[in-house]
Design a protein around this ligand. Structure first.
Ligand code: MN
Length: 226
């Protein structure tokens, strides 16, 4: 019997095996962080999930994720989404995440990648407004519809440089001048603040203080935050 050739480097073999989630898995120690280990889940379901996770890591940002091809395509949006079509929000492309990540609300321990508090700020389903999502991503212009608890209607992600995109609300009945991140600062799932999540998930004193600070800054009325 022929022996299967053994890969010289186990790490490399793991990265190959884990395919699109290799970077996600490589960055995390699953015996330390409560985040889920990544597996690609291709399903035949027609409905695609989206999630926005408010994340107080080294700084506050909103992780915007769209399900595609068994993973969550991900962008970090420092200021969060805006319902105002004239306000373009920077969205930095980040590594694909597992679909199970959409359920994650808790604390990533100190010293780990992305350490800090994570809130499920919004969730729902999305639908591409284009025939071919891969082609749209390649072109750097993805139009889509969101059906979330907070975010709805038509949106677009436009790439301006490698890995750098803008998230923009299209003009439609769900466009608004309402400052959605300030008006709706809490979890769409548990209604908790970042500090409440931090406290119940065993955050360090520093992480708790950062979560409290992020709650104060993100709930400030428009125009008063710096
Ligand atoms: Mn993040």
């Amino acid at each position: 019997m022929k022996k299967k050739p053994q890969p010289a480097n186990t790490d490399e073999a793991d990265l190959n095996r884990l395919g699109r989630l290799a970077e996600y898995n490589h960055k995390r120690r699953f015996d330390v962080t409560p985040e889920p280990a990544g597996t690609v889940r291709k399903t035949k379901k027609k409905v695609l999930e989206f999630v926005v996770q408010k994340h107080r890591a080294s700084r506050l940002h909103y992780d915007f994720r769209l399900e595609h091809d068994g993973v969550m395509l991900s962008w970090a949006v420092p200021k969060g989404p805006s319902l105002d079509p004239s306000t373009k929000r920077l969205a930095m492309e980040t590594e694909d995440h597992p679909i199970e990540y959409n359920q994650f609300e808790g604390v990533i321990p100190e010293g780990e990648y992305g350490a800090g508090t994570v809130m499920i700020w919004d969730y729902g389903t999305w639908e591409p407004e284009v025939e071919d999502v891969d082609r749209a991503l390649e072109k750097g212009d993805l139009k889509f519809t969101l059906r979330g608890q907070k975010l709805t209607g038509s949106w677009v992600l436009v790439r301006t440089r490698p890995r750098q995109w803008l998230l923009i609300k299209h003009r439609d009945p769900s466009a608004s001048s309402l400052d959605i991140t300030a008006e709706e600062p809490c979890s769409a799932v548990s209604r908790r603040t970042l500090a409440t999540i931090a406290r119940s998930a065993g955050a360090s004193a520093k992480q708790l203080a950062q979560a409290e600070e992020a709650d104060r800054s993100s709930a400030a009325p428009a125009g008063t935050a710096d």
